[in-house]
Design a protein around this ligand. Structure first.
Ligand code: GLN
Length: 459
C-alpha cells in the first residue's frame, strides 16, 4: 500500500509540473501498475523513493526517444541495467525526462520536443543536457533522477537548478541500456535533492555488470563513514577555474564556501591545472568523433523511424531518415566528427585532441599525487542563462561546460552541490576527486552541504 500512495502522489506532482515540459513520458496507469508490483514484494533499500529517468536510458515499459524525432515512439526490447537495479531495490520509476537531442547540449533547447523551463523562471534554461531530470528534482516532483554525463550534463543542470548532481568515476555504473553518445566519456549520473539521496541511488546502480565490459570489477559503491568536519583533508583550488572575469555571484558563493572549508578544518591550497584551457577544444573533437561513430546505427534500417527519399534507393533512405530525423546540433556533431576522423585530418585534429586529453589526465594525476585530496571549483561560469541566449552561437553554448568537461575527459568522479543563490538563482560548487574517490567525495560533500546556506543570497 505504501508504494501505491507514493504512485498517486508522484502522479499528482508530475501533473502539476507539466508546465515545465520536463517529462517526455509518464502515465498514472504505469505508476499504479508498478506500485502494485512493488507493494507485493518485500521492502528494498529504495522503497518509498521515486526516481525519474532521462529519456536516453531504455526501459521496456515506456518509449525511449532521446528527445529525437528519429526515435519518436521507439520501444526498447530490453532494459538498462541501472533501471533494472532501481526497480529491484524498490524504487518507483516515475517517468522519462526531457533532454537535449541525444544528450547534445547544455540547455535542453536542442530537444525535438521543446525545451524544459527552469522551475524558478520560465525565461531561463534549466541547463542540459539532463535538464528535465534536474528540473523534476528541483521542483520536488521526485527525490532523485538519473541523467547521463558525457561532458557535464548532470553537474551543470544540477548547478542551474539548485540540486545535487553526481558523476561517478568512469565505469562505476553500467552503460548497458544508455544510448551511446561518447563511449569513452559516457556515465549514467545521479541527481538528488540531497547528497544522501544521490548516494543511495548511486549505491544501488553502481557495480560490475557483465553486460558492460567497461564497468569496473567489484560490487556497488559503499558509503564512506560519515564525517563531522574536514580535518586532515587537503582541498585544492585550481586557479584556472577562477578567472578574473568569473561571474561575481559565482565568485562570492565560492569565496564563502572556501571560508567554510577552512572553518571545517580543511587545508585549502592553491594549485594549477595548466592544461585546463585545452579541455573544451579537446572535448569538442573527441566527443563528436565518438558521436558520429555511435550515431551511424540510426539509419532507418537498424534503428530509427524510416523515411524513404524520392529516388527510392538505399542512399535516399539514409538521407531522408537522417536528414529529417536529426536536429541541427546532432547534424553538426556528425559532420564535425566525420571531418576530424577523415583521412588527412585525423592526425591534425583527433590525434591532437587525444594528446590534449592525456595532458588533462596528467594534470589531475600530478595534483592528486602531490597530497591534494579533492579539488573545489565553481560548477559553471554563470547562473542559469536565458533561453535563446546561446542558440545562435554553438561555441558560446559549448563554453557553458568549461569547468565540467575536464573531469569527464579524465574519467574521475565529480559532483555539484548548491552553495548559495545570487538574485534568487542557484549556484553550484564542484568537487572533483581522484580515480576511486567517489565515496570519500560524497562524504566530504555531505559535510559541506550541512554547513553551507544553500538557499541564502551570497551578496
Ligand atoms: N554539453 C555537453 C555536450 O553538449 C555535454 C553533454 C553531456 O554531458 N551529455 O556535449
Amino acid at each position: 500500500m505504501k508504494v501505491a500512495a507514493l504512485a498517486r502522489e508522484t502522479g499528482r506532482r508530475l501533473r502539476d509540473a507539466e508546465r515545465l515540459n520536463a517529462t517526455l513520458h509518464w502515465s498514472q496507469s504505469l505508476l499504479d501498475a508498478e506500485a502494485a508490483r512493488l507493494d507485493a514484494l518485500p521492502d528494498g533499500p529504495l522503497t518509498g523513493m521515486s526516481v525519474a529517468l532521462k529519456d536516453n536510458i531504455v526501459t521496456t515499459d515506456q518509449p525511449t526517444t532521446c528527445a529525437s524525432r528519429l526515435l519518436d515512439g521507439y520501444l526498447s526490447p530490453f532494459e538498462a541495467t541501472a533501471a533494472t537495479r532501481l526497480r529491484a531495490a524498490g524504487a518507483l520509476i516515475a517517468g522519462k525526462t526531457n533532454l537535449d537531442e541525444f544528450a547534445m547540449g547544455s540547455s535542453t533547447e536542442h530537444s525535438a520536443f521543446g525545451r524544459v523551463l527552469h522551475p524558478l523562471d520560465p525565461e531561463l534554461v534549466p541547463g542540459g543536457s539532463s535538464g528535465g531530470s534536474a528540473a523534476l528534482v528541483a521542483a520536488g516532483v521526485t527525490a532523485a533522477a538519473l541523467g547521463s554525463e558525457t561532458g557535464g550534463s548532470v553537474r551543470q543542470p544540477a548547478a542551474f537548478c539548485g540540486v545535487v548532481g553526481v558523476k561517478p568515476g568512469y565505469g562505476r555504473v553500467s552503460r548497458f541500456g544508455l544510448v551511446a553518445f561518447g563511449s569513452s566519456l559516457d556515465c549514467i549520473s545521479v541527481f538528488g535533492a540531497t547528497v544522501s539521496d544521490a548516494e543511495r541511488v548511486l549505491a544501488t546502480i553502481s557495480g560490475h555488470d557483465p553486460l558492460d565490459a567497461t564497468t569496473r570489477a567489484g560490487g556497488p559503491l559503499v558509503a564512506a563513514s560519515a564525517r563531522r568536519d574536514l580535518r586532515g583533508i587537503v582541498i585544492g583550488l585550481p586557479h584556472e577555474y577562477f578567472p578574473a572575469d568569473l561571474h561575481p555571484g559565482v565568485r562570492a558563493a565560492c569565496d564563502r564556501t572556501i571560508a567554510i572549508l577552512r572553518d571545517l578544518g580543511a587545508e585549502v591550497r592553491d594549485v594549477s591545472l595548466p592544461s585546463t584551457s585545452h579541455a573544451v577544444p579537446a572535448y569538442y573533437i573527441v566527443n563528436p568523433a565518438e558521436a558520429a561513430a555511435n550515431l551511424a546505427r540510426f539509419d532507418g534500417v537498424r534503428f530509427g523511424n524510416r523515411r524513404v527519399g524520392p529516388e527510392g534507393d538505399l542512399r535516399a533512405l539514409y538521407r531522408a531518415t537522417r536528414g529529417e530525423g536529426f536536429g541541427a546540433e546532432v547534424r553538426r556533431r556528425i559532420l564535425v566528427g566525420t571531418f576530424v576522423l577523415s583521412a588527412g585530418y585525423a592526425d591534425r585534429y583527433y590525434a591532437r585532441a587525444q594528446a590534449a586529453r592525456r595532458l588533462i589526465v596528467d594534470d589531475f594525476a600530478r595534483v592528486f599525487g602531490a597530497g591534494v585530496d579533492f579539488l573545489f571549483t565553481p560548477t559553471t561560469p554563470t547562473p542559469a542563462f536565458r533561453a535563446g541566449e546561446k542558440m545562435a552561437d554553438p561555441v558560446a553554448m559549448y563554453l557553458a561546460d568549461v569547468f565540467v568537461c575536464p573531469a569527464s575527459l579524465a574519467g574521475i568522479p565529480a559532483l555539484s552541490l548548491p552553495i548559495g543563490r545570487d538574485g534568487g538563482l542557484p549556484l553550484g560548487g564542484q568537487l572533483m576527486a581522484p580515480d576511486g574517490g567517489d565515496a570519500d567525495m560524497l562524504a566530504v560533500a555531505q559535510v559541506i552541504e550541512g554547513a553551507v546556506d544553500a538557499t541564502g543570497e551570497v551578496r
